[in-house]
Design a protein around this ligand. Structure first.
Ligand SMILES: [Fe+2]
Length: 296
């Protein structure tokens, strides 16, 4: 099944004045089409012709030497641009909400810092390439790639890609890449980015969520622990601090306080609503699962 350039999910002029109609026509109809044509020509008649671009990008080392570069560049061009069109919207801009917003704040502290960091990364790309918000199953962060490489080749989930090839902005912004980057923030479709984040692979922590914990002598599932439960448990353990036979009690009491803070900061009703990586890390600190390394 040959690759195809998908129709834009909005009219060519919909992203004006931030991304011009002329830029979109050239970028989508000419540049993206060229990647697709070259990828199809390279893959036709090979055992790879029915493999999806994303999968090809995770198996580049298996490609025959004579195909690797041309496929890497052009299957990459297809995968990156399909994602790029979907990540923009005439109703875009603003800031993300929900779990994606929390993940961005966990890494960057504020949305403004995230914007600064992505901008700096996009400006740092020498020549042609992309700046990405990516996710490793635990946290979000920013990476850059050259040419049409994609973070998926390094085992990461790309959430948002910013195309900083000159073909993405030169018709309007000429050599003013910073102005184009600023404009891009006005059209980012954060709902689409959040969908990708929700679907990204994460560690399976279902067995950890099912572990029993005792809150004020009442047994519950760790996954059902709420903010109030964590506060209660922290207060009870704090009262026992210094009692000889329970040398670790102060540390564990602080971990229950930390859990209550995390639940509150992430607007999470229970532990189940937290990111799986946090569920696992907090479980270690609470001694619900044995710590990976000694706390001494
Ligand atoms: Fe592009």
């Amino acid at each position: 099944m040959a690759y195809k350039v998908p129709d834009l999910p909005y009219p060519y002029d919909a992203l004006e004045p931030h991304i011009s109609e002329e830029t979109m026509r050239f970028h989508h109809d000419k540049h993206h089409q060229a990647y697709v044509d070259k990828a199809n020509a390279a893959l036709a008649g090979t055992e790879w012709e029915d493999v999806r671009p994303k999968e090809i990008l995770t198996r580049l080392n298996e490609l025959p030497d004579e195909l690797r570069d041309v496929v890497r560049n052009n299957a990459g061009g297809q995968y990156n641009h399909c994602m790029f069109w979907r990540s923009m919207s005439p109703d875009g801009g603003g800031e993300p909400e929900g779990k994606l917003a929390h993940a961005i704040k966990d890494t960057f502290d504020t949305f403004a810092r995230f914007k600064e960091t992505l901008t700096a990364a996009a400006l740092s790309v020498f020549g042609s390439g992309w700046a990405w918000l990516a996710f490793d199953g635990k946290r979000v962060f920013i990476v850059t790639t050259t040419n049409q490489d994609n973070p998926v080749s390094d085992g990461l989930t790309p959430l948002l890609g910013l195309d900083v090839w000159e073909h993405a902005y030169y018709l309007t912004y000429e050599n003013r890449r910073p102005d184009y980057i600023e404009a891009f923030f006005n059209v980012i479709d954060w709902d689409a980015v959040a969908e990708g984040f929700a679907e990204a692979p994460r560690p399976d922590v279902s067995d950890i969520l099912d572990r029993p914990v005792s809150i004020s002598g009442v047994q519950k599932r760790y996954g059902d622990v709420s903010y109030d439960d964590a506060k209660t448990q922290a207060a009870e353990l704090k009262a026992l601090t210094g009692w000889g036979p329970m040398a670790k009690v102060g540390t564990v009491a602080r971990a229950w306080t930390a859990l209550s803070v995390t639940l509150e900061r992430h607007d999470a009703a229970t532990v189940t609503d937290l990111e799986p990586s946090e569920v696992a890390q907090m479980a270690e600190e609470l001694w619900i699962i044995p710590p990976a390394r000694s706390m001494v």
